[in-house]
Design a protein around this ligand. Sequence first.
Ligand SMILES: *[C@@H]1O[C@H](CO)[C@@H](O)[C@H](O)[C@H]1NC(C)=O
Ligand SMILES: *[C@@H]1O[C@H](CO)[C@@H](O)[C@H](O)[C@H]1NC(C)=O
Ligand SMILES: *[C@@H]1O[C@H](CO)[C@@H](O)[C@H](O)[C@H]1NC(C)=O
Ligand SMILES: *[C@@H]1O[C@H](CO)[C@@H](O)[C@H](O)[C@H]1NC(C)=O
Ligand SMILES: *[C@@H]1O[C@H](CO)[C@@H](O)[C@H](O)[C@H]1NC(C)=O
Ligand SMILES: *[C@@H]1O[C@H](CO)[C@@H](O)[C@H](O)[C@H]1NC(C)=O
Ligand SMILES: *[C@@H]1O[C@H](CO)[C@@H](O)[C@H](O)[C@H]1NC(C)=O
Length: 573
Amino acid sequence: MTLSNLFKLLILSASVLASSLFQHESRAAAAPGFIDQGSVPTNDDITLRIALTSQNVSGLQDILTSISTPGDPVFRQWLSADEIKAFVSPSSETLEAFNLFAVANELNATSISPHGDWVSLTLPVSRANTLFGAQYKRFRHPRLTQPVMRTLSISLPSELVGHVEAIYPGTAFFTPSKPPSVGRGLSLKKGTTDPSCNTSDPAGEMTPSCLQSLYDIPSTPSASRRDNRLLVTGYEGRSPSRESLSEFLQDFRPDISRDTGFDLIKIDNANFTSNGSFDIYSFEADLDIQYAVGLAAGVSIQFLSVGGLDDSSLPTGLLDTISFLEAMEDPPSVMSTSYVFSEEDLGFSLTKKLCDGYSALGARGISVLFASGDGGVRGTHDDPTQCNSTAFIPVFPASCPWVTSVGGTQGFNPEIALNLTGGGFSAFFPRPAYQLTAVERFLSTIPEDFVGTFNRAGRGYPDVSLQANNFAFISQGLVGFKLGGTSFSTPVFAAIVALINDRLLSVGKERLGFLNPWLYQNQAAFTDITAGNNPGSMCPASSVAFEAVKGWDALTGLGTPVFGKLFNAALVL
Ligand SMILES: *[C@@H]1O[C@H](CO)[C@@H](O)[C@H](O)[C@H]1NC(C)=O
Ligand SMILES: *[C@@H]1O[C@H](CO)[C@@H](O)[C@H](O)[C@H]1NC(C)=O
Ligand SMILES: *[C@@H]1O[C@H](CO)[C@@H](O)[C@H](O)[C@H]1NC(C)=O
Ligand SMILES: *[C@@H]1O[C@H](CO)[C@@H](O)[C@H](O)[C@H]1NC(C)=O
Ligand SMILES: *[C@@H]1O[C@H](CO)[C@@H](O)[C@H](O)[C@H]1NC(C)=O
Ligand SMILES: *[C@@H]1O[C@H](CO)[C@@H](O)[C@H](O)[C@H]1NC(C)=O
Ligand SMILES: *[C@@H]1O[C@H](CO)[C@@H](O)[C@H](O)[C@H]1NC(C)=O
């Protein structure tokens, strides 16, 4: 035995003796819909992603609050990637503690994020069970082709306590997505429709020109600046069709070239290719790009297609999206994402770490937008058997205070909250300062005998809203009519932000970046939506839900944007 092996052995036995385990996270049962299939063969390998504690994320978030708050001397002085790294990377003590643990246990860890706060390691399941006090099992879900490996409890050895924030896969589940709402009320017809806006028809169709007239969105193409790009993200390996976009522009944006395109970027083996049969999951990519390109005329648009068709790939996709943006020299100014997860399915540690990641993107000057979901107050669990449930289910990432969450409205004169608009209060994230007054006013309007249960101290969402009903779009050679969901409102709001950025940059001003403190100080730039409720589209109107009221509410946020007013508010600062 060489000296170094002897040394390793000594460390190994020392660590085996010294390690006591401290519970890190647990859940009483698997998330709804998952069926326990029993233990994993212990020789199978598992790849764990481990989040190392960032050295000063609260310091970064204090700075972000300053640089995003109007009137602050450093307002809109966004940070560089290196400046952010100094806060997000783990401290030398954390790195040392983790490296000692890895060496002592002969683990080969690889850094998987630009700031070094995520590492990955592959080990036999039996070792993972021992090292992390886990019991990995297989769980099957009817919408997944493969079972996932999860444990209902996970612990940290004492030497890692305080140095590790999250382990994935661990206790986090996610409900496999149906793309928000497009699976419902589906009606497809071949042909084209009238792109004009008939505001006397309550069932009128939503098109780019209709949105332009409702929200005063300019149709003149912007200057196509390198420093102002809009990034749309898509998951499950789907990419938008250039042909469908071209048909859409011809039918619904005849004033701009039908050859207007977008840059496609693929990560994580985003390689879904249709076998020719109709793919409903491709709707999401098509409608997202069509409403981004169709409204942000002249802005350069990127589509980030993130791979992984199944398994546990969506949460890792969110993480890889953050890493992708953190590594960019020249990041986009806006990101639009129309996917949601149940906050409680994902659990605290993973949502906290991802939310910290969104704060780092906000500090770089990226406006990070997420749909508020289409399950009303019931998160992703929008099925008729849940209608009587009085426990509301918040959705993530909309519930993260460092993103801007976009809800949905419907109709004209009056425009009201769409009954499926996701809205409510985070169970994990406390209410941020920028929305204290607005949210407290809303809470005071809730009747004393309200039976819905939710975290009254939580971050309220959405922040803003706009039309999310009766949209037209084109996918796979068909025109989709009258489909709805916050999937539509999110890229439209992203386009508005991008058009404002274009005008700001053209007069030498900074991009908007993290929006929320500025938005909540400019409620007058929104049309207040004061009617409607959000039981979810599957529930009867009598089902318990929030009601839209005067001022901010947990259905439509501050209301719907008025482009000219928002732009003027951006310009004066
Ligand atoms: C964390 O960052 C803040 C800046 O917001 C700074 O004032 C503080 O000293 C930093 N803390 C540590 C421990 O580095
Ligand atoms: C450790 O992992 C890296 C990346 O996966 C690999 O290239 C390397 O060969 C591994 N080293 C050992 C000793 O297994
Ligand atoms: C607008 O809708 C109303 C109500 O459905 C209908 O009566 C009217 O003819 C429509 N106008 C146009 C120009 O299509
Ligand atoms: C094509 O793929 C889908 C899944 O995306 C599958 O359901 C269908 O059976 C496949 N069709 C053919 C003809 O292989
Ligand atoms: C597509 O990506 C998956 C991983 O997401 C991989 O297993 C598969 O081999 C890839 N297929 C092709 C044709 O590249
Ligand atoms: C919900 O409650 C109502 C009365 O409050 C009852 O009539 C209805 O059957 C219940 N529905 C379900 C699905 O439990
Ligand atoms: C919600 O809207 C959908 C579609 O318009 C409708 O089918 C459903 O009945 C509505 N639910 C309520 C409670 O109004």
